[in-house]
Write a protein that binds this ligand. Structure first.
Ligand code: SF4
Length: 361
């Protein structure tokens, strides 16, 4: 695919900062958000693309913008979202209300991702999350009331002091909400986060693996398709935007903290909001060597149950996959399936070990 089909916009504001988070974010201030919107509008004025099949407004917390600013943001994006089939926004329960939901509907947003993380009050507090499970339930009801049924929940596991029973309760609560999409994240304690500064440790690897296995089994037993290592969906609700990343399509990233990849170049936007606002060193552009890009494509695509599209691979890099990587394929033949011009990894849990054999100097 040579067209840039996917657009990501990073909203760098959050009402409060979660203890585990190292994303690009600052605490929401109305005036800073005004300046950011103006800056973003200037960036969008330079884009010539006609429209994107998927648009994803993430963050940060896009819903932390006030209603007028949220409308302004959606107005900026509007010319680029006219042909959009999947238009997603991330929200948090404490910053969404009916007026904002109606606004999302008005602008054609048809998918909403909610940060649930856990349904356990103690763990939510530990993470400095300012909502309860009940708030999430009400948010899901509010979205459904207005026809926004394509809802995804983010669930974080392997949290400090989290027990298997804590996790089981969260999974039970998630299943009760019966949303069509669930994304899993296992906690890593990143440098500089509140957890890091407080000296928290993640759980041991064995418990983490048990938790992953438990969630996977529960969700697939209830009819979710485990379509990517950390993502589950009811049929027809797989995220098209994220499938674009895993298919290694080109995508455009807008605003500080975003990354894009267009025509074999990677664009990394500064994660410093101040620099972004002042237009200082805002972007690093890097040529991606063919071998490197080919490997990244393999790495991303083998994460999904749909696998690597071998025809597209040849088209993109001029490389015949089965020929070029025959030794790696032979070595891992028990874990790989080559069928209908696709290579599929049958065992996502050992993907990282398999991938080492595909690295070419
Ligand atoms: S996890 Fe989400 S809501 Fe929490 S600080 Fe990070 S971006 Fe903001």
């Amino acid at each position: 695919m040579t067209r840039t089909d996917h657009l990501y916009i990073h909203v760098p504001f959050c009402k409060t900062i979660c203890a585990y988070c190292d994303f690009c974010h600052v605490v929401y201030r109305e005036e800073t958000a005004e300046r950011w919107l103006k800056r973003l509008e200037e960036d969008f004025a330079e884009i010539k693309d006609e429209g994107y099949s998927t648009v994803y407004i993430g963050g940060g917390t896009p819903s932390s913008l006030n209603i007028r600013q949220l409308r302004e943001l959606l107005d900026i994006v509007r010319p680029f979202s006219r042909k959009t089939e999947e238009y997603t926004i991330e929200i948090n329960p404490e910053s969404i209300d009916e007026e904002k939901v109606l606004l999302l509907k008005e602008y054609g947003i048809n998918r909403v991702s909610i940060g649930l993380q856990s349904s356990d009050e103690r763990l939510l507090k530990l993470m400095n999350r300012h909502h309860s499970f009940e708030d999430v339930r009400k948010t899901v009801e509010l979205l459904r009331k207005h026809g926004l049924i394509n809802i995804s929940l983010d669930v974080l596991y392997s949290l400090p002091s989290q027990t298997m029973d804590d996790l089981k309760k969260t999974v039970k609560d998630v299943l009760e909400l019966d949303v069509p999409h669930v994304s899993l994240y296992s906690l890593t304690i990143e440098k500089g986060t509140i957890f890091d500064r407080l000296g928290y440790q993640p759980l041991d690897e064995e418990t983490e693996a048990d938790m992953y296995e438990y969630i996977g089994k529960e969700l697939t037993d209830k009819g979710y398709i485990h379509y990517e290592i950390a993502n589950f969906a009811k049929e027809g609700f797989q995220s098209r935007h994220n499938l674009g990343y895993w298919n290694y399509d080109d995508y455009r990233g807008m605003s500080c903290g975003a990354v894009g990849k267009i025509h074999h170049k990677r664009y990394t936007m500064t994660s410093d909001l101040k620099d972004y606002l002042e237009k200082k060193d805002i972007m690093e552009v890097e040529d991606i060597a063919t071998r490197e890009e080919a490997f990244e494509n393999i790495m991303m695509s083998l994460r999904t149950i749909y696998g690597l599209d071998l025809k597209l691979f040849k088209e993109r890099y001029g490389i015949d996959f089965t020929d070029e990587y025959k030794d790696a394929i032979e070595k891992n033949k028990d874990h790989l399936l080559i069928k209908d011009d696709h290579c599929i990894c049958k065992d996502g849990e050992i993907l990282n070990t398999i991938l080492i054999d595909f690295i070419k100097e």
